[in-house]
Design a protein around this ligand. Structure first.
Ligand code: PGA
Ligand code: ZN
Length: 417
């Protein structure tokens, strides 16, 4: 038994400078686990509720009520409980909240405690977090999906697609992934400079140049892959996050500048992109409620391209179940704060893997120095992680943690794609 003696929370700030929740779980044996929760910008409407105050001093962004909920009701409820029983702790949090989207206490307050508890328990067992969380201690490193050009809701530019990512498919180790990404990103920067384009970065550390079209962004990335001496599609492939909720007006999509297209035309557009370019993954290609078009797209190109549900599934067990039945996608993006506890996140990951869905552990566009997702990716043998570009310390911290884990595990090799 590792008894919880106190839970303390405070308001801190995320990478966008917005308030967020940090909580510490303190155990009787002196172990302390601390966690800071991230926050999205292009959120799905079925995500668990992020509690924010109406407080003009913080432009209604403060989380002082969520902090108060941790310091009082959650602290009182969990004091004396066994930190090693993560599922029970998470169930107590779910029951104390009592709503189906965690809107009473806030998913931000609940998740901060759930993760902090997991970290405290690992510490009290003198184990690495990934080791404490793993079911079979059989480890592989995940491939990084690195968002190197930012558009959509994450940047102030003209790109419609939110994320243009590279994945170093040809790498044999995580360190090699980083070397390949480093070179490609530096060459992309040089290319942008040579075209007198802006090289400042967006929320996830990718460049945010003012290009004429999404295809121009793809061509620039392909150029920088080749300039680095790699073969596009073989050594490094392209992955997109369309975040199409943001482009949908209830009927049509504004993905091609100056033109609106319907769902059938959109599916054809993706098929032509996947034929023309080495695109191996497309996330949120379709609006979150159009299940039929998701299945149509997955049937059409799911055999050559990974189709990833983010806003569609929101890390939610029931929505994933529907997606499995309807063959809506073949991969799921996993974001802890979409659902709100470690145990529910694990349940969704294992449901996905049992049904041959790939699992991609993800950061949020507003993130922090917390590196829990790196350990989660290793513990669950998720074969991909999405945590931004090789810039901005809140992103790089996750990569640095994975480099350290690779060393701790004596280079166990990469997961299968
Ligand atoms: P978000 O973006 O964190 O702003 O939701 C990330 C994503 O859509 O994958
Ligand atoms: Zn997404």
């Amino acid at each position: 038994m590792s008894k919880i003696i106190e839970i303390k929370s405070r308001q801190v700030f995320d990478s966008r400078g917005f308030p967020t929740v940090q909580s510490d779980v303190i155990l009787e044996d002196g172990s302390i686990g601390s966690s800071i929760v991230p926050s999205g910008a292009s959120t799905g409407s079925y995500e668990a509720c992020e509690l924010r105050d109406s407080n003009p001093k913080y432009l209604n962004k403060s989380v002082l009520n969520a902090v108060e909920n941790v310091n009082h009701s959650i602290n009182n409820h969990l004091k004396g409980k066994n930190s090693l029983e993560q599922e029970k702790i998470d169930q107590l949090l779910i029951d104390l909240d009592g709503t189906n989207n965690k809107s009473k206490l806030g998913a931000n307050s609940i998740l901060s405690v759930s993760i902090a508890n997991c970290k405290a328990a690992a510490k009290s067992q003198k184990k690495e977090i990934f080791h404490y969380l793993s079911r079979d201690h059989n480890y592989k490193l995940p491939f990084p999906l690195m968002n190197i050009i930012n558009g959509g809701a994450h940047a102030n530019n003209s790109l419609n697609i939110q994320e243009f990512m590279i994945r170093p498919d040809g790498a044999n180790s995580f360190s090699e992934c980083m070397q390949m990404a480093f070179l490609t990103i530096q060459n992309l920067k040089k290319l942008l400079e040579s075209k007198k384009m802006n090289t400042s970065v967006g929320d996830e550390g990718g460049f945010a140049p003012n290009l004429n079209s999404d295809e121009d962004a793809i061509d620039l990335i392909l150029d920088s892959i080749e300039k680095s001496g790699f073969k596009p599609g073989q050594d490094i492939s392209l992955c997109l996050d369309v975040a199409s909720n943001e482009l949908y007006d209830g009927k049509e999509y504004s993905i091609i500048t100056g033109k609106k297209i319907n769902p059938a035309e959109l599916i054809d557009y993706y098929a032509s992109l996947a034929n023309k370019y080495p695109i191996k993954s497309i996330e949120d290609p379709i609006f979150e409620d159009d299940w039929k078009s998701w299945s149509d797209l997955n049937n059409k190109i799911g055999n050559i391209t990974q189709i990833v549900g983010d806003d569609l599934f929101v890390t939610n067990h029931e929505r994933l179940n529907k997606g499995i039945q309807e063959s809506s996608a073949n991969a799921i993006l996993i974001k802890l704060n979409q659902i709100g506890t470690v145990s529910e996140t694990l349940k969704t990951i294992y449901l996905a893997q049992t049904n041959n869905f790939k699992t991609i552990i993800s950061h949020r566009s507003g993130d922090t120095e917390d590196t829990f997702i790196s350990d989660l990716a290793i513990a669950t043998k998720s074969n991909q992680i999405k945590t931004g570009s090789l810039a901005r310390s809140e992103r790089v911290a996750k990569y640095n943690r994975l480099l350290k884990i690779e060393e701790i595990l004596n280079n166990p090799g990469m997961s299968k794609l």
